[in-house]
Ligand binder design. Structure first.
Ligand SMILES: [Zn+2]
Ligand SMILES: [Zn+2]
Length: 349
């Protein structure tokens, strides 16, 4: 911080190369805390936002939604937290008061805030964390800032998708499409509970990484030949296909890899502007297939997720392949749409 200014990754037009700019440090509201950002991850959703696919983003904008850091300042209505505490928060900062929050379904909160979407995000030295009372999570002593940052979006999202939405059990089969941060997280979580995993990614380097995370069979595309191979490998088809990328053409192919009564779980964002998928309803009805969305994770689920990571010794940190700074994060953000990167890139602002 210089005076009340800070460095941030900033853009004022969608699809135009962002710059690192000196901007005002956020002035926080009564329900917020100000975070000194220590670590923040670059996610494909940041790329969607930069491309103009997210209707929540108002220009100019600072992206970034998975983060961790230390509390720098505390709003008047926030109780029980102290300056300097090491914290994180889920990327959905739920209001804590609406119909869904009161039912413990904060991941679909009606009044949710999302740093890096509904307001300026964490690709900056400082971040306002809104609805802090309902969303702040203290980091266990042994957890690094980098691992905590990845939990906020990609690992947390994958945890909810595999454990709560897909309800996967030991001995079942899972096909993961896309071996970026969400895909690799889903792989680690599934392997931890004894699920057998196949993976698809257009990037051979990403598939190599997937193999080290326990994916048994690997494919560069999903076509009739590979669908047959996946069906043979799993006996009758997989129990669950998880799309961690989000492309319209993947839904129908994914449904064809499922065994009867199987589930397709959509995790990767698929904005309407990218195209609306078509599918065989005949197959959906005849095979009693299920299609579910999965959106982030509730703050109160963190403790269970952290316990899971400890109990199964899930090597979350091993998917972090690159660490960079604000300036050098810009090319990575731009290339997120091209599947050229594998693993997770973290920024230390
Ligand atoms: Zn994300
Ligand atoms: Zn709510």
């Amino acid at each position: 911080m210089i005076g009340n200014k800070m460095q941030a990754v900033y853009y004022d037009q969608f699809g135009q190369t962002p710059i690192v700019k000196l901007v005002e440090v956020p002035v926080i509201g009564p329900g917020s805390v100000l975070l000194r950002v220590r670590s923040t991850g670059i996610c494909r959703s940041d790329w969607h936002g930069w491309m103009g696919h997210d209707k929540d983003i108002a220009l100019p904008h600072v992206p970034g939604h998975e983060f961790s850091g230390t509390i720098e300042e505390i709003g008047d209505d926030v109780r029980g937290w102290t300056i300097g505490q090491r914290v994180t928060a889920p990327f959905i900062q739920a209001c804590g008061k609406c119909h869904y929050c009161l039912m413990d379904e904060q991941q679909v909160c009606e009044e949710q805030e999302q740093a890096g979407f509904t307001y300026w995000g964490s690709f900056a030295e400082y971040l306002e964390v809104k609805n802090a009372q309902s969303n702040l999570i203290e980091l266990p002593e042994a957890m690094s800032y980098d691992v905590a940052a990845v939990m906020g979006c990609r690992f947390g999202t994958a945890y909810r998708a595999v454990i709560d939405q897909a309800r996967m059990k030991e001995g079942e089969y899972l096909l993961i499409i896309g071996c970026g941060g969400v895909g690799l997280s889903a792989m680690m979580i599934a392997r931890a509970v004894g699920v057998r995993v196949a993976a698809v990614d257009v990037n051979p380097q990403a598939l190599q990484v997937a193999a080290t995370f326990g994916a048994e069979i690997l494919f560069e595309r999903l076509d009739s030949k590979t669908i047959t191979e996946i069906t043979e490998w799993s006996g009758r088809g997989v129990h669950v296909c998880l799309d961690a990328i989000g492309r319209p053409e993947l839904l129908d192919g994914g449904l064809r890899t499922l065994k009867r009564r199987g589930s397709f779980v959509q995790v990767g964002l698929l904005p309407d502007v990218a195209g609306v998928p078509s599918l065989s309803m005949e197959r959906l009805v005849g095979h009693e297939l299920e299609i579910r969305g999965s959106h982030g994770i509730q703050g109160w689920k963190y403790q269970e997720m952290l316990d899971f990571v400890v109990r199964y010794e899930v090597p979350v940190g091993t998917m972090i392949t690159h660490i960079t700074d604000l300036k050098n994060s810009i090319p990575t953000l731009i290339e997120m749409g091209q599947n050229r990167h594998f693993g997770v890139t973290i920024i230390h602002p």
